[in-house]
Ligand binder design. Structure first.
Ligand SMILES: [Zn+2]
Length: 224
């Protein structure tokens, strides 16, 4: 079961949830290492469910299978990403593999400075994917706190977590998963060691490499 991974190499939250334009939502703004345009990687293997190009190029990615949330929840997840300047390479129904770069920071839709606005939702994509919340902002359906949805690992560098405690995938867990994932046909079964015996009977007393008296037997054991 996949563990959804925070989608950027650098974790820097520039606006938390339930503040400013994120009032009454669990949306966060993430901005990578600097003011440039950073890449966004798929947190899980998923299917694109909706693209909304009339505003901030919002894209909804729904997990292909049930995923493991850091808070212990096991369910589907859908996440809305916003502000990429160009999403022409994406289409509804496209499958994106976990870790694949499929989205970018940008400024599409009245964003001040390059960043990505993300909002995690519990379960599958439902209805239109979002609703207008009590403050007049469009918010994902069944919104859930990002630190309850996204894991981090050793590859992610934390610059500003806005005091949200993201749970770390331990290296030990990764190793265990790798072992389980080995397909059965690739596993090597050790071959049985078969012993064969040859009996050499000396025809006369002579030197045969080792000295043998007549009629002495030598048992040669071959390992095959
Ligand atoms: Zn935002």
């Amino acid at each position: 079961m996949e563990k959804p991974l925070f989608p950027m190499e650098y974790l820097r939250i520039t606006q938390g949830y339930n503040e400013g334009t994120h009032l009454d939502s669990y949306a966060i703004d993430i901005a990578g290492k600097d003011g440039g345009i950073s890449e966004i990687r798929a947190p899980y293997t998923g299917i694109i469910k909706k693209i909304y190009q009339n505003d901030a190029n919002e894209v909804w990615l729904e997990s292909k299978d049930i995923v493991e949330y850091p808070d212990g929840t096991k369910d589907y997840m859908n996440i809305m990403f916003a502000h990429d300047n160009n999403v022409d390479d994406l289409f509804v129904g496209k499958e994106i593999k976990k870790g694949e770069i499929f989205y970018h920071e940008g400024t599409k839709g009245n964003a001040t400075g390059n960043h990505c606005h993300i909002e995690c939702g519990l379960g599958k994509f439902t209805n239109n994917g979002w609703h207008k919340n009590n403050n007049g902002y469009w918010s994902i359906n069944n919104g859930k706190k990002p630190e309850e949805c996204l894991w981090i690992d050793d590859s992610i560098k934390i610059l500003d977590n806005n005091n949200y405690q993201f749970k770390k995938i331990s290296t030990e867990t990764v190793e265990k998963e790798k072992v389980i994932d080995i397909p059965v046909e690739n596993k090597k079964i050790p071959e049985k060691i078969v012993e064969k015996e040859k009996i050499f009977i000396a025809p006369k007393t002579d030197l045969y490499g080792i000295y043998l008296k007549k009629s002495q037997k030598v048992i040669i054991k071959e390992l095959s």
